[in-house]
Design a protein around this ligand. Structure first.
Ligand code: B12
Ligand code: SF4
Length: 503
């Protein structure tokens, strides 16, 4: 049996000696490694964790490789971790020549040549690793340099090895969701993949990850979106609750409501185990159109503990939503928010600003529509970020071809709340619009926009058309003069946007 080191190279969005009180990237365990560890141990291998966030620097990493003397070193990587993951491999090889190295996870799966071409890895194991990685560790000679992991049956997997993190119990107590979720917080994955194809998202990239071979043509892969059975999920939840009586739960699934029948069975299992009675409140993500299609399911989820719903509104401009291939409209977004409000479910609103349109130009009115609608929805959490193309998404290829991306090689593959990523977007303008310095509280400055705007809309609603138009003009003038930027272009955009509000 092999001694296996699992490496978390999470330095881009976290740091050496990462303090637990500074954000999700420092707190969250790496589920991929926790899951792989459970499978490796079940197969009889020994596992050590090398998480850079728990170390003080490269010297400590090298010392840990020397001390743990692994036979196999497996490194995971998201795109933003490509650089540190390769550095881990380089240093591990230098300290322990002849060490067998394996790369896996979404980035190596999409771009295996980056790893194999570096000469630092023996294998890239693409796709899911639970079944094949333990076999590779047992007998690497059976695996080619580049191969696909066998697609696992999720219900046959052991529960994650969360205690691989020596400070796991401490991590649970961190209130990384502020007042929105009670602590201790436990996070779970109940389903894998997403069948939609939003152009800005790496969901399509995930379809290169969570896949199965095509029947009759093993050389081709098809997306394998699937769920654990609710009993398997609840089995893990109940077992962990016995050991760590948590109160907040995060379901990281891309889309929690993929299949309404699955949700029915999940709710029944939650009721059977009295999870709401234990005071457990949970967070999940559901598309706006699915909220509108299945309000009854949402009500049931609320009854069993759904406390805060993450909705990818993305934009409240219909043409932008079409360009993003989101499959929703502004009206659907507003209706979904309304449903949540009626059911007493808090809203975590995801909105993307600064996306150039199909002609390569950025139109401020698209973002103004989103910001104004955000004021209307008034969500508990505003997760507003500037658009950054993620490799593996259709938009990445499109904007790359259009030459519109501002790339720096180091931080690519991250979604930024506030960093300039696209040419032609007036980030100063967007920043001057915001009502608060923190990205989570993104909102339009009320003095600039909302108050005069609201007044104007009120007048229009009451039928005072002339006064309404005048008030809208005043709103526009005050916004334009205060915001600066390309005055004439902005003026045109604001005019277009304001006109769209007039009856
Ligand atoms: C939970 C989650 C988070 C959490 C926790 C992240 C963490 N450190 O674990 C938080 C909220 C902190 C987070 C942050 C970010 N995330 Co995130 N996140 C996810 C999410 C929803 C689930 C990931 C997960 O745990 N999956 C379950 C595990 C079991 O699956 P897995 O990771 O794919 O691992 C399997 C295989 O890939 C493989 N495998 C993985 N590693 C290895 C290693 C070896 C050696 C082998 C053999 C196999 C192998 O085997 C595993 C088991 O089958 C995914 C979307 C998704 N559904 O996957 C996005 C996702 C991974 N995140 C994404 C992004 C962009 C980010 C951020 C960059 C956002 C930002 N700030 O800009 C940061 C980066 C954080 C970081 N440095 O890692 C993108 C990544 C795209 C890309 N091309 O890299 C994804 C795919 C979402 C998307 N659709 O766009 N994220
Ligand atoms: S944005 Fe959401 S719905 Fe769209 S592809 Fe990504 S995960 Fe799926």
């Amino acid at each position: 049996m092999a001694r296996v080191a699992l490496v978390n190279p999470q330095l881009t969005t976290s740091t050496w000696n990462a303090p637990l009180d500074r954000g999700a990237d420092n707190v969250s365990i790496r589920h991929a490694l926790a899951q792989l560890s459970a499978c490796l141990k079940r197969a009889g291998h020994q596992v050590v964790l090398l998480d850079l966030r728990l170390m003080s620097g490269w010297e400590e990493f090298e010392e840990a490789v020397r001390r743990s003397a692994p036979d196999v070193l497996g490194v995971t990587a998201h795109t933003c971790e490509a650089v540190p993951s390769l550095e881990c491999l380089r240093r591990a090889r230098a300290v322990r020549p002849g060490l067998r190295t394996v790369a896996g996870g979404i980035h190596p799966s999409m771009f295996p040549a980056e790893y194999l071409g570096s000469g630092l890895v023996d294998h890239v194991l693409k796709g899911e690793g639970e079944v094949s990685f333990p076999r590779l560790c047992e007998d690497p000679s059976r695996f080619a340099a580049e191969s696909w992991g066998e697609t696992p049956v999720l219900d046959e997997l052991p529960y994650e090895d969360r205690e691989l993190w020596p400070d796991f119990a401490r991590r649970l107590k961190v209130p990384w969701w502020g007042k929105h979720l009670p602590t201790p917080i436990m996070d779970f994955l109940a389903q894998r993949g997403c069948p939609w194809q939003c152009a800005f998202c790496c969901g399509p990239g995930e379809q290169n990850l969570y896949t199965k071979p095509k029947k009759g043509d093993e050389t081709r892969r098809l997306p394998a979106v699937r769920s654990r059975s609710p009993d398997h999920v609840l089995g893990e939840m109940v077992e962990l609750h016995g050991r760590y009586p948590y109160r907040g739960v995060i379901f990281h699934d891309d889309q929690f409501l993929l299949n309404p029948e699955w949700v029915d069975r999940f709710c029944a299992a939650m009721e059977r185990h009295g999870m709401a009675q234990r005071g457990i409140k949970f967070w999940a993500a559901i598309r706006a159109d699915m909220v509108c299609r299945y309000p009854d399911r949402l009500r049931h989820l609320k009854e069993v503990g759904l406390h805060i719903l993450s909705i990818g509104f993305e934009s409240f401009s219909d043409r932008m939503l079409r360009w993003m291939k989101k499959g929703t409209t502004c009206e659907i977004n507003l209706q979904a928010a309304e449903t949540c409000r009626k059911l007493g479910i808090q809203i975590y609103a995801n909105v993307i600003l600064g996306t150039p349109y199909s002609d390569g130009k950025w139109y401020p009115e698209d973002d103004l529509a989103s910001l104004w609608a955000l004021e209307r929805v008034n969500p508990e959490i505003r997760s507003v970020s500037f658009f950054s193309p993620i490799p593996g998404s259709p938009f990445y290829e499109w904007y790359e071809r259009a030459g519109l991306m501002v790339l720096d090689g180091e931080t690519d593959g991250q979604r930024y709340p506030d960093r300039a990523k696209m040419k032609g977007v007036d980030y100063d303008f967007l920043n001057r619009m915001r009502g608060s310095p923190t990205s989570m509280e993104w909102g339009i400055r009320p003095d600039l926009w909302s108050l005069p705007h609201r007044r104007a809309k009120g007048l229009l609603r009451e039928g005072h058309s002339a006064e309404g138009r005048k008030a809208l003009r005043t709103a526009m003038r005050s916004a334009v003069s205060d915001l600066g930027g390309d005055f004439w272009r902005l003026r045109r955009s604001l005019k277009t946007y304001l006109r769209s509000l007039l009856p």
